[in-house]
Write a protein that binds this ligand. Structure first.
Ligand code: ARG
Length: 291
């Protein structure tokens, strides 16, 4: 009996991994793996991908303005960054949604769920043990969002109150490190559920990356970002560790990021999603919507 009681989250994770395996298998004869099995999966420069002609990209939705659904399509800053890199490899980007922890642990790559992951994901020493990161492509820091007029401006003001955190994130880590402030952390699966809980008054504040919280506050004037904590984070695109093919893909992504910073396309993308040039104080994005 104890063996039958899988926790719901474990079941979801298992399903999420099983599905893409099925998808990946349908294009190949063996069904076990379809990388390296023929010219169909070989992109420019001899790069192999899990699905022929595609750069399959794992992410965790919804995380506007980095990745979110709009009119049935996944769009966002990260999507544009990876799109440029995919094109440079002669590939079309295909975005797959999955549990964030399946990405940070590298499980998605072992399961051949995707070639890379882009999820507003902070490069950390811990994660570097599990995945290979690209060069940083975005700076971020943790921030605190509350209902307007809540009178909360820092973690200390949350003593005896509830703080929403997103599971497996650096925001959750930051909350753990600062637990002595005396709040109780309420863990959510994703950003939208944590922010819905804030709006509904089920938590008193929510911690997450500044970019997404400023974006949400712009769309939801009854909320405001009251603090930023200088955690000095940087986002990277991740791929399978200790894998020459993945290394090749990451090299291409690094080249694409570097080129885009020189030819102005990076700045253009930044403006598109944040309304300002990089380095200018960004308060919100003009065009996204938290789902
Ligand atoms: N930057 C934070 C981290 O890496 C949060 C990322 C959450 N990303 C997402 N797509 N939900 O832990």
């Amino acid at each position: 009996m104890p063996n039958l009681s899988l926790r719901p989250r474990a079941v979801v994770a298992a399903l999420a991994l099983a599905l893409p395996l099925g998808l990946a298998a349908c294009g190949s004869s063996g069904g076990e793996q379809n990388t390296g099995s023929g010219s169909g999966s070989t992109a420019a420069g001899g790069i192999q991908t899990v699905s022929p002609g595609k750069l399959t990209v794992c992410t965790h939705l919804s995380y506007p303005p980095f990745q979110f659904n709009k009119d049935g399509k996944v769009v966002g800053f990260d999507v544009d960054v990876v799109d440029r890199a995919a094109k440079s490899m002669g590939l079309t980007q295909d975005v797959v949604d999955i549990d964030f922890e399946q990405i940070t642990t590298g499980a998605v790559f072992k399961a051949k769920k995707c070639d890379v992951a882009a999820a507003g994901m902070t490069i950390t020493d811990e994660r570097k043990k599990a995945v290979l990161f690209s060069e940083p492509y975005f700076d971020a820091t943790q921030a605190l969002i509350v209902k307007k007029g809540a009178g909360v401006t820092d973690l200390a003001a949350l003593k005896g109150k509830k703080l929403g955190v997103q599971t497996g994130t650096t925001g959750q880590e930051y909350a753990k490190k600062n637990a002595s402030a005396g709040f109780s952390a309420v863990v959510f699966e994703d950003l939208p559920t944590s922010l819905n809980a804030l709006k509904a008054g089920r938590v008193d504040a929510t911690i997450n990356d500044n970019g997404v919280l400023f974006d949400f506050a712009k769309q939801n004037p009854d909320t405001e970002v009251v603090a930023e904590f200088a955690t000095g984070e940087q986002y990277g695109v991740a791929a399978k560790k200790d894998d020459p093919n993945a290394q090749q893909i990451i090299t291409k992504i690094n080249e694409s990021i570097a080129t885009s910073k020189q030819d102005g396309s990076y700045d253009e993308t930044y403006k598109k999603w944040f309304g300002t040039a990089p380095g200018e104080k960004s308060t919100a994005a003009p065009s996204s919507s938290a789902g």
